[in-house]
Design a protein around this ligand. Sequence first.
Ligand code: DGJ
Length: 698
Amino acid sequence: MGIQYEENRKIFKLDTDNTTYAIALTPEGYIGHAYYGPRLREFGGAYRLRTAEAPFTPSVNKREKSAFLDCFPAEYPTGGIGDYRESCLDVRNGQGSLGAELFYRSHRIEQGKPALEGLPASFGAAGEVETLHLFCEDPILGLRVELLYSAFPKEDVIARSAKISNAGRQPLRLEKAYSACLDMDSQDFEMITLCGSWARERHIQRRRIGYGRQRVSSLKGESSHQEHPFLALASPGATQEQGEVFAMHFVYSGNFIAQAELSQYDQVRMVMGIHGEEFSWKLNPGESFQAPEAVLCYSAEGLGKMTRSFHDFYRDHMIRSPYKYKKRSVLINNWEATYFDFDTEKLLAIAKEAKARGIEMLVMDDGWFGKRNWDDSSLGDWQVNLEKLTGGLPDLVRKVNEIGLEFGIWFEPEMVSPDSDLYRAHPDWAIQIQGREATLSRAQYVLDLSRKEVRDYAYECVASILRSAPISYVKWDMNRQLCDMGSGSLPPDRQQELFHRYVLGLYEMQERLVTEFPQLLLENCSGGGARFDPGMLYYSPQIWCSDDTDAIERLRIQEGTALIYPLSAIGAHVSDCPNHAVGRSTPFATRGHVALAGAFGYELDITKIPEEERAQIPGQIETYHKYEPLMHSGDYYRLLSWTDQKPFDCWMVAAKDGSEALVTYVQVLGAAGRRSKHIFLKGLQPDARYRLEGTQEA
Ligand code: DGJ
């Protein structure tokens, strides 16, 4: 298969169907990045590391080691010893000094791919993926590092991670442990990132990189609304079809950094990993730290090819849910219909009307527990509010089922309201700095998921409700970021582990959930789309994309999201007008077309919207289910873009065998004196004849 080692020249060559990634060892054992780009039949050799260029030859001239390290294209650069560019690994020894230097020791190539302990990660069987383990060492620290590279040939993806172990006798401290690095020559790259805000997530941003460091990052304890753990470097002017793209995407749901650095020698270093700020990990002798996975993708055919690689990769090698290719019930969620103001009677009225229009599931959102009539109480008290749900939850679920709908429910298990029995009983379970009043956000605190007893409590709250009634779906929400990082259970020298331990705790809880309830359809959510990342995809096949449900705003949000995520992962609902987030009115049909490019549903009071809108629902649902298999497995092409300041937006999904395609065109703004527009379709068979559905046109 695709990974070979050439002993003579000390070169590792990792091939995918269309790409080659090459690693070369220097005589000293430094691990150099030699090549990433179009597939090569043969790799030229280690000359690409340019170690022969004077004066950068450490084995002959030890005086110049710093100059060498400062321009050597490294696979996993270490800090403190003379490479002044961004490092991937910073280690402090027992005396408190920072410095590490890694040398190759051995390697192993295996079919398939190992799981990463406690972390979400891509998977694949032998024949689908091959993995290179590079074992390296800092003999002075007694530090061992295992670099993992998994090559997925069909998807043109390389997944990377690193495991760092203390095999010495002194305790070490990791100050930084990134997951991937890519050192390249500058090509006047443009940097493509996804940025935004609450209700404006993942807008595509493009800028030329300059000297120095430019990054996107999060220190919010989640991947965040504002910046996304994705970075692509593209050749200038790269389009959907043309140009080179080097992309990295992080399989992680907490603090991250994704950075490009243009150095004095016109080299570019691209790195990705857990943010080094507020991160420090004590590594006692015998202990290991597993860094999360970063997904690398190279495309020589523009952004479109990159998009399709990521879509295929996530569908086949990251999402585990049995629903990934299965029909998903069209749901109606009561959030925008009622907010906190509902009871059994109201929900049943919505359910009855929904059933009459062909909707298949009712989801009860926030407000069903404790005394939660607003957002300022009861998180943590997951007992049904019997004043609202008079007959109790099993009774409501039974009645909804009798109407003919499945039932889904909302939770926010990671949080606690100060006004809750849970907080009154366990104030120390909230993340907080001793002696300082913790900062409220949305009137709530964050539970300390690094503590097992807290995780067990929060998990049992969710699980016992799910065990009490036939519940098909859970929306797992998280409505604030983390701050006041203090844990009542960690010693002072481990407090800086809290951000990461929180994420590990979250992953453990979600793993328990999908193991105990394998048939549950789980949708992750975070105040809209603040934790829309590949880590969460490992647990839930769909994620709520944004609290902005306005069809026109969604064009941008969904274009950015679909740049890397398959449409089947993008929660998208038809909502009422004027839109609650932006006040805009759009035709019901347009709202339906836009939501079709996602996991489809409704978010409105169906008992109140006009009859002519209700009448369109059965047709929309029929269309959704008709094209669901195509949308779930087809190739996505971006044709025109409202993001590019055009007055229209257009995308299509073509079946892999080219037998059919669905094209969606949205005219956002009208203009006088214009004729209709030709659209040039992609992904079709050049020698086939296609019929335009509903017409005789071919
Ligand atoms: C944020 C979510 O994105 C909304 O859909 C809704 O569930 C609210 N939270 C409820 O508090």
